[in-house]
Design a protein around this ligand. Sequence first.
Ligand code: ZN
Length: 282
Amino acid sequence: MIQDIAPHRLDNAFAVKEAKPEHFFFTFHKGKALLQKENEEREMLPRLSQLPGSFETWKEKAVYAFSVDEEPMFLILENDFQQEIPDDMEYTDLRELYQSRLRWAALAGVTAGHLNHWYREHRYCGCCGSSMGFSDRERAMICPDCGNIQYPRISPVIMAAVTSGERLLVTRYAGRAYKGLALIAGFVEIGESLESALKREVMEEVGLKVKHLRYFGSQPWGFSDSIISGFFAEMDGSQEILLDRDELSEAVWLSREEIPPQKNDISITAAMIEAFRTGTVK
Ligand SMILES: [Zn+2]
């Protein structure tokens, strides 16, 4: 899955660190990350020293985000980066980054994108409208006027691999770019447990009851500011599917033999489908 970058390690413990010219940085525009164009060194992440103008100005703007293998990485917020981009850089879709061989850079990019999204939406206090500032004690934004504290927004999502004996319920999304096999998934609503959210989503999307929920694992998914919790669940009662056509274009039961091997090793969806196909999860 996307977080599996061993032997590398992403350390996102909060710290206040000073930027140096050789440090990597991220900045974003309309959801795309500023990366180096293809180069012989295959280095994709830009360094602060590559930015034009005075380094002192960039140092002021660079916010420490996290480290990968002791290498500190910084974020320059979108609103603080108003200028022409250097010729050897371009804004790139993050999905290209995670299709690259540099898996640690993909995780770093998606995590930085999640942080950027949160900072951008919390520049002003939702209570009194004042400008928010950075906390120097924890990853939070604080309002200097009314004391409102905002922590990073991480939305919980459940994913359900529904089984019936030797068959798995797989779906395809309606109206999304991703056309591969999917599993039932949805955001947890306020007041719900993960288990009740899962039962509600399965009922809403395919009209089935489920029982015997078994936790599979979780995955951070910064593209949608979320954390996905994956469960296997057994169908309970009628297997007649009532498809929610707004959400899904298809939902079918596939036997282990009918499921194609999953090439994608980034997503929890593929990990769960593959676990069923290979019999790792019965
Ligand atoms: Zn306030």
